[in-house]
Design a protein around this ligand. Structure first.
Ligand SMILES: O=C(O)/C=C/c1cccc(O)c1O
Ligand SMILES: [Fe+2]
Length: 317
């Protein structure tokens, strides 16, 4: 087995928001333990991480649909760890070249800033952000306009073919989703002040960052008690998406349309693009099987929270 996958929702409120009900807390701990055991058994030598950004590293000033990091640093939003990731730059450059050779356009960054979206799975699975070499792949999941899903699939397939040719055990991580609509400003409805941040909000003041984070924490608290105008989580949509991931036929992702996704599952449901890229990458190695499937709508986290692990089907099955 040279590739394996963990796809999971993330939430900056995990650990930074109000305490979770004990049963949910227990369930998540068990699920993360299971995922960690899966990763330990696979014993990866390299991670390819597909993740969105939440206007910490990528802004409307220049917003690519996809970007491969040749070097990356965590910004430390919501008290996540700061500092560099261990990115093998030459290998990341070869990956980017192979994607371009496959007719999929991808931006590159020699100074990528990543946030909780990329960092949280690394912390949960490896206990740190520099514990293992990681090639970070930014997949835009927040800023309209969005690439069609078939394009995300082709990105994933190209990267999957590259990964399958390496003499490495590659863990594919897809981070984000599922249904959720946290109060991250949208360009179309943003105020002038918000638009300035969306356009180029790098290096916010500590006060501006704290205000943004408090706004999201307050929104979660209102969501929990039912006093919220946020779009509700959509477990039915989420479970159908998990079924599609488990089906092993990435072309089925092509049926997801951006406007329908927003309407059914919220503005941030587009973060599932990271899952689509990761599963399409896995499928490039042939049939696969999902081994762990967890899902629960968790309002405290403003997230339809899911986690899947998957690996190629053993030959002979
Ligand atoms: O970036 C933010 O301020 C909030 C992000 C967020 C909130 C809830 C669930 C998520 O997946 C998020 O990324
Ligand atoms: Fe997110």
């Amino acid at each position: 087995m040279t590739v394996a996958l963990v796809a999971m929702s993330h939430s900056p409120l995990l650990g930074a928001g109000s305490p979770l009900p004990a049963d949910i807390d227990r369930e998540l701990t068990e699920t993360f333990d299971t995922a960690r055991a899966f990763v330990r058994e696979f014993d990866p030598t390299l991670v390819i991480s597909f993740a969105p950004d939440h206007y910490n590293g990528f802004f409307h000033e220049l917003m690519p649909p996809f970007c491969v990091g040749f070097a990356a640093e965590s910004t430390g939003d919501y008290d996540s760890p700061t500092g560099p990731l261990d990115v093998p730059g030459d290998l990341a450059a070869s990956l980017a070249q192979s994607v371009l050779d496959a007719d999929v356009d991808v931006a590159i960054s020699r100074r990528m800033i990543v946030d909780h979206g990329a960092v949280q799975p690394l912390e949960i699975l490896f206990g740190g952000i520099d514990a293992i070499p990681v090639i970070p792949v930014f997949v835009n999941g927040l800023a309209q306009p969005f690439a069609p899903m078939r394009r995300v699939r082709r990105l994933g397939e190209a990267i999957g073919r590259f990964a399958a040719g390496l003499d490495e055990r590659v863990l594919l991580i897809g981070s984000g989703g599922l249904s959720h609509d946290p109060p991250v400003p949208q360009w179309a409805t943003a105020t002038d002040v918000q638009r300035r941040l969306l356009l180029d909000g790098k290096n916010p003041t500590p006060q501006a960052r704290a205000a943004r984070e408090q706004r999201v924490k307050d929104a979660a608290a209102e969501f929990v008690v039912g006093h919220s105008t946020m779009r509700d989580l959509n477990p039915e949509w989420d479970n159908r998406f998990l079924d599609t991931c488990a089906a092993g036929d990435p072309q089925r992702f092509d049926d997801y349309h951006h406007a329908e996704m927003t309407a059914a599952a919220g503005s941030s449901a587009h973060e599932v693009r990271s899952w689509v890229a990761a599963f399409s990458a896995l499928a490039a190695s042939g049939d696969y099987q999902v081994s762990t499937r967890y899902y629960r709508p968790i309002r405290e986290l403003i997230a339809g929270f899911g986690l899947l692990t998957a690996a190629p089907t053993p030959t002979g099955h």
